[in-house]
Design a protein around this ligand. Structure first.
Ligand code: ADP
Ligand code: MG
Length: 204
């Protein structure tokens, strides 16, 4: 990936998260401690502040470096989880990945998140977006820019009736039912921004 395209990609994803910080915080106020938007905004602002350095790398090293910034700056439960997602993608992807490479690397990255969080599908976490998006991606590359964000939005919506089994929201037990998981929402936002930036008609 060319440097300006990579820069556009990182910038788009970080900016989308920052633009939705208040919404993420509101979701976390309902079933957590109300810091998810603040955490993610802090991490993404650090990514933007470091954009020149991050985008100067080839794709794998850029992903690893971005993951490291997220681990250091986001904090909370989500920082190490998102950091691990990006760092593992960086470790697993070649410099010019094929669709099959992306499917495999994304799968490995989700597996690393699952191990770290001791979590799985159906527990009302960001995995409930990442796993279905991975399945949708594995089904084929065509029209990914419309299919993946749609699947991500549906999957985030599907966390509303779930009872939280992991993370702070699990302390609420049954009372976690009826609210969208904040991490699921931030994951869906990132998928949408990533796809928009990679969409053929949006190439810078
Ligand atoms: P904290 O819960 O420490 O306040 P954040 O508010 O930033 O951290 O992030 C909360 C989000 O992190 C949750 O909405 C959920 O999606 C995700 N999360 C928390 N714990 C886990 C876990 N064990 N496995 C997967 N995701 C988790
Ligand atoms: Mg929180």
């Amino acid at each position: 990936m060319e440097q300006h395209a990579l820069r556009h990609l990182i910038h788009s994803v970080a900016s989308a998260v920052i633009a939705h910080a208040e919404q993420l915080t509101a979701l976390d106020q309902a079933i957590g401690d109300g810091d998810h938007g603040i955490n993610m905004k802090r991490g993404c602002e650090a990514v933007l502040a470091d954009l020149d350095r991050l985008a100067a790398h080839a794709l794998p090293a850029a992903l690893k470096a971005t993951g490291t910034v997220l681990v250091m700056k986001v904090g909370g439960a989500s920082g190490p989880l998102y950091g691990t997602l990006f760092m593992t993608m960086g470790k697993e992807l070649p410099e010019a990945p094929s669709h099959a490479d992306v499917v495999r690397a994304f799968g490995a990255a989700i597996e690393a998140v699952r191990k770290l969080g001791k979590s799985d599908a159906g527990q009302k976490t960001l995995l409930d977006v990442l796993l279905p998006v991975h399945a949708e991606l594995a089904a084929g590359a065509q029209d990914f820019a419309t299919r993946l964000p749609r699947r991500a939005a549906e999957a985030a919506e599907a966390t509303v009736p779930m009872k939280a089994i992991r993370g702070r929201a699990s302390f609420l037990g049954e009372r976690s039912i009826g609210h969208m998981d904040p991490g699921a929402r931030s994951a869906a936002l990132m998928v949408a921004a990533l796809c928009a930036a990679l969409a053929p008609e949006d190439k810078p």
